[in-house]
Design a protein around this ligand. Structure first.
Ligand code: HAM
Length: 445
């Protein structure tokens, strides 16, 4: 076939908008974050739970709330085919968050029967159809945890709230996240919310027509959600609305004060934010977010969480108060990467991801010896890449410089004498070393 008769080339396929591949130069940091989190959770008595990535749509409608942005606009939902003609087709949804799924599992597996407090953590992908931007994806990862149990297990205690917040502060410190800020609020009990909603509804009436279309609807259906509004023009008006903190009961106030006292005792700093009602309907009493200043731009909420004392009943389960959080792992990684770049700029330090050495055979005849040397050095726990004897020396040096801290030249002389020529890129130093001394030299900086 001549060129002109060839079928047109097919366009290359790409990852779907809002999803991305995590490549080998990124995954070590992801694994480090996940291992650090798993180790820390174990120290606080948490066990791992893995729930399905899709659930019945009704779980999120009932748990997260019909009027929330997540449920009303952002879910990936489809109708599953009915298995039999007599069955109604089921509507399914890719999980947009995992608290509802964990509480569903808590009910389904009758955890309440043991009477014990359950401490559960999860790491996994979540899905929301949001407008993608830096730090906001349609498939994103969360590292989350939930503490839930019957009231007799102490699940309502302010100690549990403070322990979660103290654990998060410890995790961020262990990971080296700098400059985090804990924003804290109480949205009161479900009963307090009924009263506050009425107060808010009344206060919204005179300014309703000046708000965005979404807020005009929320003013009727779910006034609390007006406080989540991000439209800049609405903000000055929303700031004039009554504050939830001034409308919570004495019990809720005492609970919040106890959370704050325990945080003070642990020396965990926080900032009171009376507008922090969070975008999900299940929250009661304590709500919180951790924000950072580096790397995230406008999506500066690294993680969020709070108490959900009525969620189990909303999902048809027994009374089981709980509290939990979810960290946006993508955002955590972006923050760490931005910090690493900042550090490299200030100290001139090289990237931590470099291999220990690149072995450059000088002719194809040295390829087998190069591979044998790589096998030996890798067994000594060194990170090694092997070039090819057909490469020009200049190309070997360029590749080595971009990948590794050292280059080992392997010519006929070296293979015969067991003395290797090694160049260290950072210092520019070149030395000849016996094979036995290679691991020590390469492990050094
Ligand atoms: P959330 O605030 O909706 O809470 O999400 C928690 C975190 O997930 C956010 O702070 C953010 O870091 C990250 N996140 C959310 N959406 C995206 C996105 N589109 N792209 C990247 N990251 C995102 C919850 O999900 C609750 N289930 C937390 C919780 C657990 N409350 C109690 N227990």
């Amino acid at each position: 076939m001549t060129d002109s008769k060839k079928a047109p080339a097919r366009p290359a396929l790409k990852a779907v908008r809002g999803t991305r591949d995590l490549l080998p130069d990124q995954t070590p940091l992801w694994n480090h974050v996940e291992t650090t989190a798993r180790n820390l959770f174990a120290r606080y008595g948490f066990g791992e739970i893995r729930t399905p990535v899709f659930e019945a749509t009704e779980l999120f409608a009932r748990g997260v709330g019909e009027e929330t942005d997540i449920v009303s606009k952002e879910m990936f939902t489809w109708e599953d085919r009915a298995r039999a003609a007599s069955e109604k087709p089921q509507t399914l949804t890719l999980r947009p968050e995992n608290t509802a799924g964990v509480v569903r599992a808590y009910i389904e597996h009758q955890f309440a029967n043991s009477g014990a407090l359950q401490k559960l953590y999860y790491i996994g992908p979540q899905f929301r159809r949001e407008r993608p931007q830096r730090g906001r994806y349609r498939q994103f990862w969360q590292i989350g945890a939930e503490v839930i149990g019957p009231p007799s297990s102490g699940s309502e205690s302010p100690l549990r709230d403070a322990e979660i917040l103290e654990m998060l502060a410890t995790l961020l410190d262990e990971l080296g996240i700098r400059g985090w800020q804990l924003e804290l609020n109480s949205v009161g009990s479900a009963q307090d919310r009924v009263h506050y909603n009425e107060t808010l509804r009344a206060a919204l009436q005179p300014i309703r027509s000046q708000l965005c279309a979404d807020c005009q609807r929320r003013a009727d259906t779910n006034p609390l959600r007006v406080l989540d509004c991000k439209v800049p023009e609405d903000q000055p008006l929303i700031d004039t609305l009554p504050r939830i903190a001034d409308h919570i009961s004495a019990d809720s106030r005492a609970h919040f004060d106890a959370v704050r006292a325990a945080l003070d005792a642990c020396k965990v700093p926080y900032h009171l934010n009376p507008r922090l009602v969070r975008g999900l309907d299940y929250y009661t009493r304590t709500t919180f977010e951790f924000t950072v200043t580096t790397g995230l731009g406008t999506q500066n909420a690294l993680l969020g969480g709070g108490r959900y004392d009525g969620l189990s009943e909303m999902l048809g389960g027994p009374r089981a108060p709980g509290i939990g959080f979810a960290i946006g792992e993508d955002r955590l990684i972006l923050t760490l990467q931005a910090q690493q770049q900042e550090d490299a700029r200030t100290s001139g330090a090289a990237s931590a991801n470099l291999l220990d050495a690149y072995i450059a055979p000088l002719t194809p005849a040295q390829n087998p010896a190069a591979l044998a040397l790589a096998r030996e050095l890798r067994a000594a726990n060194l990170k090694i890449e092997v070039g090819d004897g057909s490469f020009k020396l200049r190309k070997s040096f360029e590749t080595a410089n971009s990948l590794a801290r050292h280059i080992i030249l392997l010519g006929e002389d070296e293979a015969g004498s067991e003395l290797y020529t090694v160049k260290t890129f950072a210092s520019g130093e070149q030395v000849k070393v016996p094979r036995a001394n290679l691991p020590e030299l390469l492990a050094g900086v």
